[in-house]
Design a protein around this ligand. Structure first.
Ligand code: ATP
Ligand code: MG
Length: 137
């Protein structure tokens, strides 16, 4: 059984499609092992996306991620990390396959509705960043 971290980003929360996106995960056979709505601080967003600190879009990415609340979740299932990445679609919603979350709910490469861990190793670190063991069940 594998776990991965999902973030429903501020654009999708503002569109009131949290339930529709969580339904995509459950309908694909993933289980929601933990979930929480929260407002990220600037320090949270900078730490979470530290891997992108040198990229030209880092400042905008941080501003966007703190522009409103997010919903963070731990998704669990066989191949949960890659199943979630498939459900999300390409980073740029204009390139995302039909029927993916980003094709259906995202507007632009920065306001792209969801984050998902991109490796099992990163997933473990991202889950620890947001949740304690007793919150995951
Ligand atoms: P995420 O990490 O959010 O799941 P991803 O793994 O598909 O998305 P990354 O390459 O890790 O994409 O980029 C992280 C985030 O940075 C993207 O989701 C997007 O919001 C933003 N981003 C990536 N590339 C660009 C870009 N060229 N211009 C603006 N924002 C970008
Ligand atoms: Mg990424």
């Amino acid at each position: 059984m594998e776990q991965t971290l999902s973030i429903i980003k501020p654009d999708a929360v503002a569109k009131n499609v949290v339930g529709k996106i969580l339904d995509r995960f459950e309908s694909a056979g993933l289980r929601i092992a933990a979930t929480r709505k929260m407002q990220l601080s600037r320090a949270d967003a900078e730490a979470f996306y530290a891997v992108h600190a040198e990229r030209p879009f880092f400042g905008e990415l941080v501003e966007f991620m703190i522009s409103g609340p997010v919903v963070v979740s731990v998704l669990e299932g066989v191949n949960a990390m890659s199943i979630n990445r498939d459900l999300m679609g390409a980073t740029n919603p204009k390139e995302a396959a039909a029927g993916t979350i980003r094709a259906d709910f995202a507007d632009s490469i920065d306001a792209n509705a969801v984050h998902g861990s991109d490796s099992v190793e990163n997933a473990a670190n991202e889950i620890k960043f947001f949740f304690s063991d007793r919150e995951i069940c």
